[in-house]
Design a protein around this ligand. Structure first.
Ligand code: AMP
Ligand code: MG
Length: 412
């Protein structure tokens, strides 16, 4: 018997082998959300284009208010957003200016409206040295210089990126084509929705979970249905998956006993490792590359238990699929937060416990683990808002001890 693989070893073994898909296409900015940039985007312009005001107020020369007396300055004109002041400022003058308006020639600072001692249409009075040179000015190219990289290849485009591209006047970008991922469930006990639930059977929930998880990743998910525990059916479905997809995600049929014929077929079709991973939930997993009809695909054979399939998907398959899709910044942020109550944990395996992150009575965020951590209990996965990661070597966790947490939801 081979010893169980550590989670980090399994993950590295997967990531090491993968090569991102090469095909790219052009999409309009409106269709670019969630897509992966295929090339660096170089800024064609300085952002901002001109020195401009960060406040509503008056633009002037700092030297004019550098004395020890209150100063009166003549309002020589106005600079509004989109309507620059044409002239050059003289000593003793100021310009009424709004946020974003181009800083008139000769000005080197902006005094915000609320710091002006007195103002009329003709003149303002200012306390000595109320601001320094450079105050409340934004400099041309301060956000981004023309010719510099605005967004790097491999970026998964989020709302701010879409806005940034628009701010550069860019209407379309080169993106990777969507990764195609075929998925199916295996098991004689599975019944599809709408079918009667015969004795000893369960509804095929994993296919719906997989579809949902794949959609959230932004890949094209191809549903290949339920496959009976039958070698010919499995082979036919894997052949079809190879012809249609870059990667295949399956649920069930990889645990010891269940795996015998799966293993034989996958071995005939390519190079697939059947792993025992030191993790809970989600111990068995198959990974490799299979080929049929001159086409090949990466295979992620996930366990059948409904929670195990989710945990293995997120902790082992997610980053791999994103990497295949061409994304470069894939790692999920790990927070460190104190546990609420004790957590039972066996050293020698990584445990991914379902948790709830919530403020305690003092308003401090703490994470509590569900009592029921069975790998079939999907309800607790649904009630959880985070996964608590308990590292390989770690034992029981005491109340208040820090643990690593992966949140289910982020802001964007
Ligand atoms: P397996 O890995 O095929 O031995 O399955 C392990 C457990 O997960 C069994 O109790 C199965 O009934 C359950 N299971 C497998 N596939 C699914 C599925 N698609 N939907 C819900 N439960 C499943
Ligand atoms: Mg099965």
């Amino acid at each position: 018997m081979n010893p169980a693989l550590r989670v980090d070893e399994a993950k590295q073994a997967i990531l090491r082998r993968l090569v991102p898909i090469a095909e790219t296409g052009q999409v309009a900015l409106r269709d670019a959300l969630g897509r992966i940039l295929a090339e660096d985007v170089v800024s064609p312009i300085d952002v901002p284009q001109h020195d401009n005001s960060a406040m509503d107020g008056y633009a002037l020369r700092a030297a004019d208010i550098a004395g020890n007396e209150e100063t009166s300055l003549r309002v020589a004109g106005s600079a509004l957003a989109g309507r620059p002041y044409g002239g050059t400022l003289d000593t003793g003058e100021c310009i009424l200016i709004t946020t974003g308006a181009v800083l008139p020639a000769g000005c080197d600072c902006v005094v915000p409206q609320e710091l002006v001692a007195a103002a009329s249409d003709e003149a303002i009075r200012l306390a000595p040295r109320i601001v320094q040179a450079g105050a409340n000015c934004r400099r041309a190219g301060e956000d981004l210089r023309a010719g510099s990289i605005a967004l790097a290849a491999g970026k998964v485009l989020r709302p701010a990126d879409i806005g940034l591209l628009a701010s550069l006047g860019i209407a379309g970008v080169a993106v990777k084509r969507r990764l195609r991922v075929a998925f199916f469930s295996t098991g004689d006990e599975l019944r599809s929705l709408g079918q009667p639930l015969d004795p000893g059977c369960v509804y095929d929930s994993n296919r719906y979970t997989l579809q949902a998880m794949l959609s959230r990743l932004g890949v094209e998910a191809i549903d290949l249905g339920v496959v009976r525990d039958d070698p010919a059916a499995l082979r036919a479905t894997l052949e079809r998956a190879c012809s249609e997809a870059d990667a295949i995600v399956t649920s069930g049929g990889v645990s010891v006993g269940a795996a015998d014929y799966t293993r034989a077929i996958m071995a005939q079709m390519g190079e697939v490792g059947f792993w025992k991973i030191a993790m809970r939930p989600g111990r068995p997993m198959a990974f490799g590359r299979i080929e049929a009809g001159g086409k090949s695909a990466w295979l992620f054979g996930l366990p059948g238990n409904p929670v195990a399939v989710m945990v293995s998907f997120y902790l082992l398959a997610r980053d791999a699929l994103l990497l295949l899709a061409g994304a470069s910044d894939t790692a999920l942020p790990l927070l460190r937060l104190p546990a609420r109550g004790t957590l039972r944990k066996k050293p020698g395996r990584t445990e991914f416990q379902r948790g709830v992150l919530a403020p305690d009575e003092q308003g401090k965020m703490r994470v509590r683990a569900f009592d029921e951590q069975g790998s079939g209990i999907l309800r607790s996965m649904s009630q959880a808002n985070c996964i608590i990661v308990l590292e390989h070597e770690r034992g029981d966790v005491a109340d208040g001890e820090d643990v690593a947490v992966i949140l289910f939801d982020g802001l964007i």
